[in-house]
Write a protein that binds this ligand. Structure first.
Ligand SMILES: [Fe+2]
Length: 300
């Protein structure tokens, strides 16, 4: 028996989340562990019979952290400066992709295949405005995987997650924390076991997502980041959905000390965010309609 998830004592959601786990089997809540629909699926891709040997040799070269058990890859799209994360359990080979980009979906599917992984979820931190998600194309390339996004995003998906729920792949877990402000539906995925969080656009390295469209709110973002991300232990690593100057990762301690926006008072932050004068996002008019349907829009 694994120990209860520690987070809900902070939010007071323990009872509610336990109740939800009964009402919504398939989603882990409050530490009652029911895998999120793996259904024992297998994906039939070429080279699978070699998966055991291949995964063993690749593991030596795989970037890992914390206890060193989770397979972790940070992938990059040079056009939109988006980071996509491939996370997997080294024993069961169950894997998730977070924030894929449509132009690079084939790269991601190929990597999953080469590493002998079983992709079970393709997840998004929010409905993006700057690129079309690779979720829809990945579902065509790896038909047995399921799409995941927050209920509040308003986007279509196989699984809609809510605050406090836990996504499980193998023995690995990601807690869903609602972090609205950049958009209404933004979530941060927190891995307590490996001490890191995928912050989407809520928190970037020395920055944060803009709050001037998609129901953005500077006040909400400030509260989200401070209550849900910077409240994590100082040594948690934070991985953003984008970086425009070459950073790849930061930590709670670093952002609490050096983030030029979020170290300000709430009033100063709101004033700053409301006067950034940013240009209209280049791809928003094609990205939002497509991302509402998980990037399946106009796919052949
Ligand atoms: Fe975004």
């Amino acid at each position: 028996m694994l120990k209860p998830f520690p987070v809900h004592s902070e939010t007071g959601l323990g009872f509610i989340t336990m109740l939800r786990s009964v009402l919504r089997p398939g989603v882990i809540l409050g530490g009652r562990r029911t895998p999120l629909n793996p259904h024992g699926r297998t994906i039939c891709l070429s080279g699978r019979e070699k998966a055991g040997t291949l995964a063993f040799s690749l593991r030596k070269f795989t970037q890992t952290r914390g206890s060193g058990v989770m397979i972790f890859r940070q992938l990059f799209d040079r056009d939109s400066c988006t980071y996509t994360y491939l996370l997997a359990d080294p024993d069961t080979k169950e894997a998730v992709l977070v924030d894929p980009v449509i132009e690079l979906a084939e790269r991601d599917a190929k990597l999953v295949d080469q590493m002998g992984l079983n992709l079970i979820y393709v997840m998004n931190t929010h409905m993006h405005a700057d690129h079309i998600t690779g979720t829809g194309l990945l579902k065509k390339l790896v038909p047995s995987c399921q799409s995941v996004i927050s209920k509040e995003s308003g986007a279509m998906a196989d699984v809609h997650v809510e605050h406090g729920e836990v996504v499980k792949f193998g023995e690995q877990e990601l807690e869903v924390r609602q972090t609205p402000g950049h958009t209404n539906g933004c979530v941060t995925y927190v891995c307590h076991g490996e001490k890191f969080a995928l912050t989407g656009d809520a928190l970037l390295v020395r920055g944060c997502g803009r709050t001037d469209f998609q129901e953005g709110s500077a006040e909400t973002l400030y509260e989200s980041v401070h209550s849900q991300i910077l409240s994590l232990p100082d040594d948690f690593a934070l991985y953003p959905a984008h970086d425009y100057v070459g950073h790849t990762v930061t930590s709670v301690a670093e952002e609490k000390e050096f983030n030029p926006r979020l170290t300000k008072s709430k009033e100063e932050f709101i004033d700053l965010m409301n006067n950034l004068g940013l240009a209209y996002p280049r791809k928003i008019d094609i990205s939002l309609p497509a991302n509402k349907v998980c990037g399946l829009y106009n796919l052949p």
